[in-house]
Design a protein around this ligand. Structure first.
Ligand SMILES: *[C@@H]1O[C@H](CO)[C@@H](O)[C@H](O)[C@H]1NC(C)=O
Ligand SMILES: [Zn+2]
Length: 391
């Protein structure tokens, strides 16, 4: 019995490992930089999130609308849904507060809904009730922005890949893989963190999805089962983060991400690195410095997983058997839950590095090598710009 199950899990690991396509150096180099869109005052993606957005307040509605506009204007192929729930909180005087999760899904065009396994990219968008005026730039405005940018960077390649698969009939043969974005509400506690005062949005969503059945004879029973990997980003955007590998069962995915980080650093593409070409150019002493790492535990052995983890939006999903990759620094950044966690305290080089890393991870997961056309993407952007500049 023991041997048999060990064998089975080895087989499933192997099939997962082969369904993962490494990107070329060219592709890694050519991913678009967020540039002005991550400007903290004027950036089209990031700036609108950098405001108070406590669940149930107008700030929250405005940020949600910003996300909806982004999908409508820039990612029209994604299926966007809102998941609503409500709850009384310790500070709402018996009144019910609404919580709205945004779910955006992009599946292969010819597959049935219950037959698609998905990579879920997850962050929470609510900000903490206290201290008054708290922005939560790393917690989790910046992670939301990273996810939106990553989704747009792989969108055209997904279209191209699926078009070709339909054209040559291979869409029938291969396992169907999709991408899902979960921007969750009500992660923060209103008073102090307890089982009932925290994770309002994720608890409601996981509970509902557990019993939302796909049509009979689907590959996956529920939308929860459809999540192959729940990749949760939190507290990202301060300089010098170190991210442990929290879970043995997804350590293979952690290692894939660490391998991409290593390659991006080797290629001189990590802007926060002390050895990035622009930093080297400004330095008198041209000797290479020790290269830091975000993901420090790629070599962690099986026996080193002691079960410690950080409570966050993955908990209600993990409790229902969903596989989790939790990208959150330990120790937490200094600005954590402090009024100083604002746009000015973000390290934008680090934010950009995370964005490139998450983009590359998603692209490898979706096996998109060979489907990027960066020249065309840049031409399109150029044409768009010149239409505005030439009256
Ligand atoms: C969920 O809430 C949003 C925002 O409050 C609202 O626009 C939407 O109609 C609601 N959706 C459902 C299905 O009730
Ligand atoms: Zn927080």
């Amino acid at each position: 019995m023991v041997l048999f199950s060990a064998f089975l899990s080895l087989v499933s690991l192997l099939s997962l490992a082969t369904a993962y396509g490494t990107l070329s150096d060219e592709t890694l180099k050519n991913f678009p930089s967020p540039g002005d869109e991550f400007n903290i005052k004027t950036g089209a993606i990031l700036a609108p999130i950098l405001r108070t957005r406590v669940s149930g307040t107008p700030g929250s509605t405005a940020v949600l609308q910003h996300f909806l506009d982004f999908f409508k204007n820039q990612l029209p192929e994604w299926n966007v849904e809102l998941h609503n729930s409500s709850a009384i909180t310790p500070v709402s005087n018996g009144e019910k507060i609404p919580f709205v999760n945004l779910i955006a899904t992009r599946d292969p065009p010819t597959s049935r809904v219950g037959d698609v396994g998905r990579l879920a990219l997850v962050a929470h968008y609510d900000s903490k009730f206290t201290p008054e005026g708290f922005i939560g730039a790393i917690d989790s405005a910046a992670p939301c922005a990273m996810i939106l940018h990553a989704a747009r960077s792989i969108d055209a390649a997904l279209t191209k890949k699926w078009k070709e698969m339909v054209a040559d009939g291979t869409d029938e043969l291969e396992e169907a893989k999709g991408v899902q974005i979960l921007l969750l509400d009500g992660e923060e506690a209103f008073k102090s963190w307890t089982a009932t005062d925290s994770l309002y949005g994720s608890r409601a969503l996981a509970e509902d999805w557990e019993f939302s059945y796909h049509p009979a004879a689907s590959t996956y029973r529920t939308p929860l089962d459809s999540i192959d990997l729940f990749l949760l980003l939190d507290l990202l955007g301060s300089s010098g983060p170190t991210i442990p590998s929290y879970f043995k069962t997804t350590h293979w995915a952690y290692k894939s991400m660490a391998a991409i980080e290593h390659r991006l650093r080797e290629l001189g593409l990590f802007k926060s690195s002390p050895n990035h070409p622009t930093k080297m150019a400004k330095r008198k002493n041209k000797k290479k410095r020790a290269e830091p790492r975000f993901l420090t535990e790629a070599d962690k052995g099986d026996k080193a997983f002691l079960g410690g983890y950080v409570e966050d939006d993955h908990v209600p999903f993990m409790a229902r058997g969903v596989e989790i990759l939790h990208i959150i620094p330990t120790p937490f950044p200094h600005v954590w839950h402090d009024i100083t966690d604002d746009g000015e305290h973000l390290d934008l080089d680090t934010v950009e590095d995370w964005t490139r890393l998450v983009t590359a991870f998603a692209a490898e997961w979706m096996e998109l090598e060979g489907f990027f056309d960066f020249r065309q993407q840049r031409r399109a952007e150029f044409t768009e710009k010149s239409e505005f500049e030439i009256p």
